[in-house]
Design a protein around this ligand. Sequence first.
Ligand code: ADP
Length: 429
Amino acid sequence: MFIRSRRNLAYLFTLSMGSIFIVFAGVAYALVVQQQLQAFDERLYRACKMIVGNSQPRPYNKRSPLERKDSSIFSDSLPTMNTDFVYVRLYDPNKLLVSYIGTPGTSILKNNLGFQTLKIKGYQEKEDSNQEWIRELTIQVLQNNLVVGYLQIAVSLTSLRETLNRARLFLTLGVPVTLGLIGITGWFLGGLAMQPAIQSYRQLQRFTADASHELRAPVAAILSNSQVALMPPYDEEEQRFRLENIVEIAKSMSNLLNNLLFLARRDGPFDPATLKTIDLVKLLQPLSEEYQRQAATQNLNFHFHFTEQAVQLKADADLLKQAVVNLLNNAFKYTSEGGTVSLRLLTQSHRAIIQVEDNGIGIAKEHLPHIFERFYRVDTVRSRQTGGFGLGLAIVQQIVQAHRGNITAKSLPDQGSTFQIELPLRMNG
Ligand code: ADP
């Protein structure tokens, strides 16, 4: 599915970028052709102006124009002219050829006035083909507003055609190569763009599989307990025992479902505008008294230490309390009798810090990076016995991140663990 989407992305990217590139290359080529032709035309026009400015046509004499190879009328301007003119021809007012340089033309001026692109027989010996493209300009020569002759001048388009052929060859080879590069870039970018989607999809898949797996066991337990309770002969005590089992399992399932719902609903950080300012000391004080009592029943030592001043920040009080409760529950769960659990609240450069420390069983190094993952349990058998689904820390992390905070864990096996929540005292955007 993802490969197909990535291919589609790469294909669309190549199509759009490729079209833009081809249009761009086409326009650039057309502009180059136009610019080159314009340069040719300007050169032709300037040459004409120079010749007309420097020379005056002489009266046509009786000799045939073709017999005359008289180029004297151009002699003043010729030194400044480029030698790659194919021809320069002068006609009298009756359009009869008076004189020429280069390729001789017909004795009568046939072509129209202005610029023309023509194909003529190759005039240079080195030309392989007999045909050659030229650009020709024919103008009237005026004197006192009277037409006193016509001037026709032509240059070869061979060099331009060679340049354009080279440009065309470059484009012919360059366009497919560039399209290939665009395709590869599209494939690469498609992969990058798909990455978050793939990750979320895999997370969701794992989450669904884990959740179903976790729900399967209690459902099976409820089923077996009810089947046994319904089996004759009806024993009241047995039935009561089975029903109590069902109630316990249902409570645990409800707990799991609540956690799952919480994780599914809450995502992304809070908008500070929707939060109320709370005092962490006031929030944690009653909690610590509650856990003090619980510690006594579990033969644990419980210490708490809070700053003397109020620690105010914008937060969802219930959720923050839930996060600390989860950490304290874990500390109580994973610390054996006689152990110590501490809860601390301090402030450090615009941050509130809540620490939950215990000297319980600790967590091995290889498990530490995973403990905040959903459904991750270090010791599945022990966790199952203590009623954990491996969602508690994932929920704590989600709550802390929703407050733009951070949670870290330090732990050493058999020495204990310290979980630290850091919350910004000012939640700006
Ligand atoms: P659970 O509900 O299984 O406790 P959590 O997400 O709260 O799930 O914790 C994940 C795992 O991290 C637990 O299974 C446990 O192995 C380990 N853990 C969490 N807190 C502690 C702690 N204070 N001491 C030792 N291990 C802990």
